[in-house]
Design a protein around this ligand. Structure first.
Ligand SMILES: Nc1nc2c(ncn2[C@@H]2O[C@H](COP(=O)(O)OP(=O)(O)OP(=O)(O)O)[C@@H](O)[C@H]2O)c(=O)[nH]1
Ligand SMILES: [Mg+2]
Length: 375
């Protein structure tokens, strides 16, 4: 049965940092656009741009706040989306400023948008708890507390004194709720750790698949493990960590392959921290396959982003193999570029679609790295 869902109207307020190039900005806006499209029932109805640095109090500066408020007065809008990472205090101030015009308005930053997509795709308790934890961190006590305030007032939004008189109360409530979620997550993490230790005890080696979102990680996982997990031309199709087995004739044993959530640029550390449980498998793997969409014009930047995240997770570089995927869609020039640029790094060119390079991966790369891992 078809359900009618209301279209969410999003106003994008884009703060273009000083010295940003036109192409960087275009890539950034395109990604925000794709993220919004991934939500399914949301559209960016307009973009207001501000050039300059972040204003500490309001992120976009008083003048811009007024401009956005004037826009909201004339254009029905559900969400004001800011690019980048906006502090809870800035979001709180903005929300309050816009409330004069629209009491239902929600202010989101890029992380809130990503978390909304996560929620849409989350299936497991673990994923839901991690999203909840990241959300709470991203909201901060006062915005989180607004929900509590609303329920106390029986649903009506009272603006008088909101968030000011009750800051301490909200802070305590926020901390208590965070602890609850953390405790629940810890139990799940323990189960995962036990499973990993059990595998290690049995001498089973593990390969984890990581990479920027939409690079083709799940497609590669499916090819390797003969599974049929959801593959989609969408950002964050995968949110959980899934495990599959592959028998390697060259090693005469089976290995475990894991697929996990994709990465994206500008993730705050608190979000990565919230997903520690899911990423645990990747952190402890013997080999880390860093899957890259070789047809992506922003490939180099995305490799950098993923490497930064791998670093923050303390995954040693020696475990990493660059896997350039979508070789079937590459022309000669694209191939040559990879061959010349990455000649010094361990890499392999594959296609999850045509299966080019898969044999090389399983017969040469895996045995080589897995033998090394045992030494
Ligand atoms: N041409 C081509 N397309 C591919 C290949 N591998 C994956 N794709 C496409 O790339 C898109 C993303 O594939 P996924 O496997 O879902 O990518 P992912 O990295 O798991 O993405 P998330 O889980 O959303 O982070 C889909 O539209 C796939 O059909 C390939 O080898 N060649
Ligand atoms: Mg996936």
């Amino acid at each position: 049965m078809e359900t009618i869902t209301k279209e969410i109207r999003i106003l994008l307020v884009y703060l273009a940092r000083p010295k940003i190039s036109r192409s960087e900005m275009e890539q950034d806006v395109t990604e925000l656009w794709q993220l919004t499209a991934t939500l399914g029932n949301a559209t960016i109805t307009d973009i207001i741009t501000q050039h300059g640095s972040i204003t500490p109090a309001s992120y976009i500066g008083t003048g811009k706040v007024e401009e956005v408020a004037a826009y909201l007065a004339d254009h029905p809008t559900d969400i004001v989306l800011l690019n980048g990472h906006v502090k809870p205090s800035q979001k709180f101030l903005l929300t309050k400023s816009f409330w004069e015009i629209n009491k239902q308005i929600i202010v989101w930053d890029r992380v809130d948008l990503i978390l909304a997509i996560f929620s849409k795709h989350a299936k497991t308790t673990e994923a839901n708890l991690q999203i909840e934890l990241a959300r709470m961190h991203n909201m901060g006590p006062r915005i989180f507390g607004m929900g509590m305030e609303l329920s106390r007032q029986g649903g009506g939004i009272g603006t008088r004194g909101l968030g000011e008189t009750n800051t301490e109360l909200m802070e305590r409530h926020w901390k208590r709720e965070i602890k609850k979620v953390k405790d629940a997550l810890e139990k799940i993490t323990k189960t995962r750790t036990t499973q990993m230790e059990h595998r290690k005890h049995l001498g089973i080696r593990t390969v984890s698949i990581v990479g920027y979102t939409n690079a083709g990680k799940t497609s590669l996982f499916n090819v390797l493990t003969h599974k049929k997990h959801l593959v989609e031309n969408a950002l964050f199709a995968t949110l959980d960590s899934t495990v599959g087995e592959v028998y390697l004739p060259s090693l005469g044993q089976k290995i475990v392959v894991t697929d996990t959530i994709g990465f994206i640029s500008n993730l705050p550390p608190s979000l990565i921290e919230a997903f520690t449980s899911t990423l645990l498998e990747s952190v402890h793997a013997d080999v880390v396959l860093h899957v890259i969409d070789a047809t992506d014009p922003s490939m180099t930047e995305k490799i950098r982003v993923v490497n930064e995240i791998l670093n923050s997770l303390h995954i040693p570089e020696q475990k990493e193999v660059l896997v350039f995927n979508k070789a079937d869609a590459l022309d000669e020039a694209g191939r040559n570029k990879i061959i010349t640029t990455f000649a010094d790094s361990p890499y392999v060119l594959v296609s999850a679609k045509s299966h080019e390079g898969i044999d090389e991966l399983t017969n040469r790369i895996f045995p080589h790295y897995l033998n090394k891992a045992t030494r």
